[in-house]
Design a protein around this ligand. Structure first.
Ligand code: ADP
Ligand code: TPW
Ligand code: MG
Length: 590
């Protein structure tokens, strides 16, 4: 396309009788704008999520003109979240493009969150001129972006010369996807974009990254050690984390679970790697398997707060547990407790190696263990069932979630985005997932605000319908992107669990006023009207039946839809399932 444009220009100038040599010289130049675009395209990175402005407005335009998909957001944090989850879904770094200083800072939360969650993304920000920034002379949107980004990402690079763009982009790609994936910052000062160089030399300077995430094979001795520990287990458990989902080693992981016969517990975003309805899934017996297991094999899951750091009362008697850990990051081993069998390598290679040792002679786990897990699971599922059938108005969380659980059962290829407190914790437990990488949520930080960015990228990257189940507070962090969803006509159905506030809508200001309590919102807000305002479909529902009809219609039509689902404001609990993490004041004011 670029060639065609140049040719047209040459033909025109020659026709006008202008010196053909000058035209030829012009034809052979390229600049920073084009080199960055070519470098991304050469590496199969064809989508940019961002917000335009100085100095990257023309960059976005040119990228679109060169056939890239450029999705413009209303706030950089949402664009950054979109890039991050695109990285998780595709194993290629998602690209986020922002303007300098404030735009960069808005994108930085998403970059830090991507790094925390091991999602590969590259935040590309335009920046002010080095000579002015370094002397702190007050340039337009001046900020030492590289220094600020560094502690929050896996790697940070700045490119000053057009001839280095190819290598800069290559380094950014490798840093994002090799080893433990994460966020990378790429600083491109305004001047770089218009820097000109010889086109042929420019083309030669570009780098197509060969094997960006090389396989990392585990040592045979480490594999044997892990198998020995696993074989000796009386009550084994496999925990699958989002690293396992990311690795796209779905068939091997399934084979490992099924051939070993070991119960498995999926972490939130690993749900669906094997269906939650799989006979070996121990999701509904979580507390029991954590407490009573004797050997736990972690695959792409960290022993962080989400697993109570591998110790404490949730894990049963101290010393009752042996851990095997499969992870690409050697430093993850022993981070919280002793890992008796560390297996360092990429999950595909590690699981394949383990499978070689799990043959026909592999002993099935003792039946008293698998039966105990099965009994507990059936008990819990039976306890839950009537709650999910409740057809009351206003709805409680379970009544509404029972419906959404059916929706995903009927449409297992839809992608579920989920954030909130009660809306998150209860949906995670209630909504079964059937396919890998279909559940996208608040991740390691429990961060609010991922909703609309994730929904946009999920739709853009996969073309599948998206169901975003959002607390009313959670939604507010990225709610303006309903316009983006309408603008790009994305098949996204947002369901807002509207309980008038954070956790509940019933808190009162202890002083009696004039302000309302800190956790409550305007009662009866009609978020559906926000979607209507942007040309999408808004629906207001108060019963599970209405909710089911509205979601089905949205998923069938593929039209951007926002369903304002009225939830009993008294139904939620403080901080959902993690209220115990709130510090308690020891002082009681009279
Ligand atoms: P969860 O929150 O689901 O428990 P975490 O984000 O805590 O999952 O853990 C994911 C882990 O997976 C990280 O320690 C990361 O290093 C690891 N990981 C990511 N990708 C791979 C891969 N391809 N191979 C091996 N380990 C991986
Ligand atoms: C970036 C703290 C955790 S959960 C939540 C907040 C503000 C909202 C809960 O209310 P919601 O859900 O969404 O209405 P529900 O169903 O319980 O009523 N800022 C950031 N991240 C976090 N986690 C918070 C604040 C928080
Ligand atoms: Mg709420």
């Amino acid at each position: 396309m670029a060639d065609a444009a140049v040719k047209t220009k040459r033909e025109t100038t020659t026709a006008q009788g202008i010196d053909a040599n000058a035209a030829k010289a012009e034809q052979e130049l390229t600049d920073g704008f084009h080199l960055v675009i070519e470098a991304l395209k050469l590496n199969g990175l064809n989508t940019i999520y961002g917000v335009p402005g100085i100095p990257i407005t023309d960059f976005g335009r040119m990228a679109q003109a060169e056939g890239m998909r450029v999705i413009s957001f209303r706030h950089e944090q949402n664009a950054g979240n979109a890039a991050a989850i695109a990285g998780f879904l595709t194993k290629k770094p998602g690209i986020c493009l922002t303007v300098s200083a404030p735009g960069f800072l808005n994108g930085l939360t998403a970059l830090a969150n991507a790094t925390t969650n091991c999602f590969p993304m590259i935040l590309i920000s335009g920046s002010s001129e080095r000579e002015i920034v370094d002397l702190q002379q007050g340039d337009y949107e001046e900020l030492d972006q590289l220094a600020i980004a560094k502690p929050l990402c896996t790697a940070a690079f700045r490119v000053l010369h057009a001839a280095d763009i190819g290598i800069g982009v290559a380094r950014a790609i490798r840093a994002a996807v090799s080893g433990r994936p994460g966020g990378v910052y790429l600083d491109l000062p305004a001047k770089l974009f218009s820097q000109v160089m010889d086109a042929e030399a420019g083309a030669k300077s570009l780098v197509k990254v060969i094997d960006p995430a090389p396989a990392q094979l585990p040592a045979p001795a480490a594999v044997k050690r892990a198998l020995d520990v696993l074989k000796g287990a009386k009550r084994p458990l496999i925990i699958l984390g989002k690293g396992a989902a990311y690795a796209q080693a779905d068939d091997q992981i399934r084979a490992l679970v099924e051939k070993s016969g070991i119960p498995f517990l999926p972490m939130s975003m690993a749900k669906g790697l094997l269906p939650d309805t799989h006979p070996q899934c121990a999701g509904a017996a979580r507390s029991t398997v954590l407490k009573d297991s004797d050997v736990v094999m972690l695959i792409g899951a960290r022993l962080n707060w989400l697993l109570s750091h591998g110790k404490g009362k949730n894990w049963g008697e101290p010393g009752s547990k042996k851990f095997i850990q499969v992870d690409i990051e050697p430093k993850e081993m022993d981070s919280n407790v002793e890992i008796v069998a560390p297996l360092v390598g990429d999950i595909g290679s590690c699981v394949s190696a383990l499978l070689e040792g799990i043959d026909g002679k592999w002993p099935a786990p003792p039946a008293d263990w698998t039966n105990a897990v099965k009994t507990k699971k059936e008990e819990n599922i039976a306890k839950m069932a009537p709650k999910l059938m409740k057809n009351s108005a206003p709805m409680d969380f379970h009544g509404a979630l029972g419906v959404l659980r059916t929706v995903i059962k009927e449409r297992p290829d839809a992608i579920l985005v989920n954030e909130g407190a009660n809306t998150l914790d209860l949906a995670r437990g209630v909504i079964d997932m059937y396919q890998p990488r279909k559940r996208l949520d608040v991740g390691t930080w429990g961060i609010m605000g991922i909703g609309m960015g994730f929904a946009v990228a999920a739709a853009v990257e996969t073309g599948k319908p998206v169901l975003a189940v959002e607390g009313d507070s959670a939604f507010g962090f990225s709610g303006m992107e309903v316009e983006t969803i309408c603008r790009y006509k994305l098949p996204v159905c947002i369901v807002i669990f509207n309980n008038n506030g954070i956790y509940r809508g019933t808190d009162v200001n202890p002083t009696g006023g004039p302000d309302v309590a800190t956790t409550v919102f305007v009662k009866g807000s009609r978020y559906d009207k926000m979607m209507e305002a942007c040309g999408g479909v808004g629906v207001h529902v108060t019963t599970p039946d209405e909710l089911k009809r509205a979601v089905d219609a949205a998923m069938d039509s593929g039209k951007p839809t926002l369903i304002n689902a009225v939830i009993d404001p008294a139904a939620g609990s403080e901080s959902g399932r993690i209220g115990n993490l709130n510090p308690q004041s020891k002082i009681r004011k009279k």
